[in-house]
Design a protein around this ligand. Structure first.
Ligand SMILES: [Fe+2]
Length: 289
């Protein structure tokens, strides 16, 4: 069982719901980063059959196993997909030095409209400089469900994030996030280890919910009346630069639906966006004499 101190908090979960990712810079210790690089170079990072419990994957000695079994990583996994998720697939992504092109922007797998979600851990075992490209993601794109390379024609989207980071950085993304490997213009090989995980339990209140008080759950109905800039409602209402007309109501409604799903609070709302759509009175007005 993961210690409560290693679980995510409600604001981090709200950030994940809103943006479709979380990043943890320099989370993994340097000795594990170096050991993972050695295993990658030796070709010994063994995959597993899809559907294998994660707890049975990467048995010792395995540097990737050490990374995954860190309590901080276990806490992230538990908070998002619960205890002992299933291994889906892994990939050691390699970008050659001085390569001629970037990977096309895409979503992994096919159109997947589940409210339940898989996560992908993206682990950067060495420093990634701007010249090395890095993995690119489009924050908030995870509700725009697409089929693989449907979006490949798009080159750059305002608001995109390029993962320039120090060794040991871990990013966790929702299965729907738009992403790609950027062009590596350096003279060094670039690596990123990815593993996708499937939940085996209903994804509800799996994180440290101590901060999920009545106050943070309260619906904020006054437009522009955010009390704090970092409460759950404010995080779920944050704009992305690519939102239509700088508003993104549809995206915020999708965030509300996912927040309701992971909290079980069917009355939760942000700025009344979803409550309005659910208002379908059936009570008939009695005839007036
Ligand atoms: Fe991908």
């Amino acid at each position: 069982m993961v210690g409560k101190e290693f679980l995510l908090n409600s604001k981090q979960m709200a950030f994940f719901v809103a943006k479709g990712y979380l990043r943890f810079d320099e989370l993994i210790p340097e000795e594990i980063n170096k050991a993972v690089m050695r295993d990658i170079d030796a070709g010994t990072v063994r995959s597993q059959p899809a559907g294998t419990p994660l707890s049975q994957c990467y048995p010792a000695p395995s540097a990737v196993g050490e990374m995954i079994r860190l309590p901080q990583v276990q806490g992230i996994i538990h908070s998002l997909v619960g205890p002992d998720p299933l291994f889906d697939h892994q990939a050691v992504h390699v970008r050659q030095p001085n390569e001629g092109a970037a990977q096309h922007l895409h979503g992994d797998s096919t159109i997947d409209v589940r409210m339940h979600f898989d996560v992908q851990l993206m682990y950067f075992p060495h420093d990634v400089t701007p010249e090395m490209g890095g993995t690119l993601i489009v924050p908030g794109s995870h509700f725009r469900r697409i089929n693989e390379m449907d979006i490949a024609r798009y080159q750059n989207i305002v608001g995109q994030i390029q993962m320039v980071c120090k060794a040991g950085t871990l990013m966790v993304v929702h299965h729907g996030i738009w992403h790609c490997g950027r062009q590596n213009k350096s003279d060094q090989m670039r690596y990123m280890f990815k593993v996708r995980l499937n939940p085996t339990v209903r994804q509800r209140l799996l994180w440290n919910t101590d901060d999920l008080t009545d106050e943070t759950k309260k619906q904020q109905t006054i437009f522009g009346g955010a009390k704090k800039s970092d409460d759950v409602q404010s995080i779920l209402g944050q704009q992305e630069p690519w939102f239509e007309w700088g508003d993104g109501r549809l995206e915020i409604i999708n965030r509300i639906k996912l927040w309701r799903f992971i909290t079980g609070d069917d009355n939760f709302d942000v700025h009344y966006w979803l409550s309005r759509l659910e208002n379908m009175p059936e009570n008939l007005l009695e005839a007036v004499e």
